[in-house]
Design a protein around this ligand. Structure first.
Ligand code: URA
Length: 268
């Protein structure tokens, strides 16, 4: 049996664009630039409202060549990456940190997005890490996905300060294993900074963020958590942010408080 010669394979994307500027796909480019949130960008493209270099593009995945002229409803839009923006949201209990609601349980996005003023509403917002549905406190949101990677990476050593209300009686002796570094069922946990504020209130500062980590660490030393609140991430805290509301961080707070050199105006 004769065998057909193998068809030459196209080079993988990363090889083809090595050393050159990579094209972004249309819906993502529009969302990154803050022209529309991703879902609305997809709808606008499907509706034929968007053109690239004079041709209507009907597919969200159409590549946008560097330097292309993109128009929405006939008006030129800039696809420059917008400056890094970060929101500090005071999460109430009872909301999921995901984008999908579950039955009657709403999400932090449903609570936050309707509050945004027009100049912030066009961006695609990402939650920076998660808080459990019953946890309260500081949850950051950003339009810069690199900041999400930075702030949630254990390599950044960005401290996250929690206050747990515990059922049993806390003491320095009891929390000592958290300070020394304990082994959880998914591996060793870094030593935590722990301050016993009173017999039912324990402050725990972590530089990593694994699933249910504070509850699991305290649970392992016989201090089941009744309520958990995140007070701070880096040196950003909730001062002046009532529960359920948010505040836009300044560029200095992002740079110094979160140790992140963002995109323009203060970064590349
Ligand atoms: N650790 C937890 O156990 N829960 C949270 O929500 C955050 C950290």
């Amino acid at each position: 049996m004769s065998r057909k010669p193998d068809k030459p394979k196209p080079p993988p994307q990363h090889k083809r664009w090595e050393g050159k500027e990579k094209p972004d796909w249309l819906s993502r480019a529009l969302a990154r630039a803050g022209v529309f949130p991703q879902k609305e960008a997809e709808d606008a493209i499907r509706a034929g409202r968007v053109s690239i270099n004079g041709r209507v593009a009907k597919m969200a995945l159409t590549p946008v060549p560097p330097g292309a002229t993109v128009k929405v409803d006939g008006l030129v839009v800039s696809l420059e990456a917008p400056p890094t923006r970060v929101l500090a949201f005071h999460k109430p209990a009872g909301l999921l940190s995901s984008t999908e609601r579950q039955h009657r349980t709403g999400t932090v996005f449903e609570a936050l997005l309707p509050q945004l003023p027009p100049e912030l509403a066009g961006y695609t917002w990402h939650a920076v890490g998660r808080l459990d549905v019953d946890s309260t406190g500081l949850l950051l949101f950003t339009n810069d996905d690199k900041l999400v990677a930075h702030a949630t990476s254990p390599d950044a050593h960005l401290p996250k300060r929690y206050v747990a209300t515990v059922f049993s009686t806390a003491s320095d002796e009891r929390v000592e294993p958290l300070r020394r570094g304990m082994t959880l069922d998914d591996g060793p946990a870094r030593p935590a900074k722990v301050n016993v504020r009173d017999e039912h209130t324990v402050e725990v500062t972590l530089t990593e963020g694994r699933h249910h980590q504070v509850k699991r660490m305290l649970g392992a030393v016989g201090l089941p958590v009744r309520a958990l609140h995140r007070e701070a991430v880096g040196s950003v805290d909730l001062e002046g942010i009532p529960e359920g509301t948010f505040r836009l961080l300044t560029d200095d707070e992002v740079r110094e408080g979160l140790r992140y050199e963002g995109r323009t105006p203060f970064g590349p």
